[in-house]
Design a protein around this ligand. Structure first.
Ligand SMILES: Nc1nc2c(ncn2[C@@H]2O[C@H](COP(=O)(O)OP(=O)(O)O[C@H]3O[C@H](CO)[C@@H](O)[C@H](O)[C@@H]3O)[C@@H](O)[C@H]2O)c(=O)[nH]1
Ligand SMILES: [Mg+2]
Length: 192
């Protein structure tokens, strides 16, 4: 496959947060014809996310925080309900998800299970997500959570699983990784 792609030029448009590049390349089409193409790509660090669940209480841990891109799309959607997620920051996907679970939700989990990887928006972003589930218990709560960066202001919401399913149905939960993990838990019968 890769011999069908020849990079011709890469131009950095912005490296203000992650890097936005304009990439021109020669692409060999399925019919053998070579075509010069140009794509704008946002190089975004990979991240891990986790659905923390308690199968005795039938509850999950969700977070809620302001997300400017969602606000730009629809101001009423600016505060986004999500599972805990964070960038790898040079950790392994598993190390990062355990770190972020504690920083954002206050739960110190030891065992996590990887369920899948996904490209979050492969036409635009280089970002690959590593998605996990993990059991939490009340006695694993070591801090209030909320995030460690000065500009992180994360609400931690212990939510009955039934209520979360309803939030997906009504559109109150619109975040893709969160919907995927909630539906995974439902399909696997992790929670009722
Ligand atoms: N200065 C600056 N800081 C930013 C920017 N974007 C994010 N940050 C800050 O960088 C930190 C990143 O926190 P993480 O927990 O590691 O990542 P995240 O923001 O939760 O992002 C992950 O989940 C998102 C939601 O699904 C994903 O959209 C994102 O790509 C990523 O994987 C946060 O403090 C956030 O405010 C930016 O453009 N500029
Ligand atoms: Mg985060």
């Amino acid at each position: 496959m890769s011999d069908r792609i020849k990079i011709i030029n890469e131009k950095v448009i912005s490296d203000r947060w992650f890097t936005l590049k304009d990439i021109s390349f020669d692409y060999t089409k399925n019919n053998g014809e070579v075509q010069r193409q140009d794509r704008v790509v946002y190089h975004k660090d990979n991240y891990s996310a986790i659905l923390l669940y308690n199968s005795n209480k039938n509850s999950i841990i969700l977070t809620k925080q302001f997300r400017m891109p969602a606000y730009v799309n629809t101001p009423a959607d600016g505060f986004v309900t999500e599972v805990c997620a964070g960038m790898l920051d040079n950790d392994s996907p598993e190390g990062a998800v355990i770190r972020e679970a504690e920083e954002e939700t206050g739960y110190r989990v030891k065992q996590v299970q990887k369920v899948f990887e996904c490209y979050t928006s492969p036409g635009t972003l280089s970002e690959l997500a590593h998605l996990y589930v993990g059991e939490y218990e009340d006695n694993m709560k070591v801090t209030e959570g909320g995030g460690t960066d000065a500009d992180e202001d994360i609400e931690v919401l212990e939510t009955p699983f039934k209520a979360a399913l309803e939030m997906v149905k009504t559109g109150e939960i619109k975040d893709a990784k969160t919907i995927m993990l909630i539906q995974y838990a439902q399909l696997q019968g992790l929670l009722k």
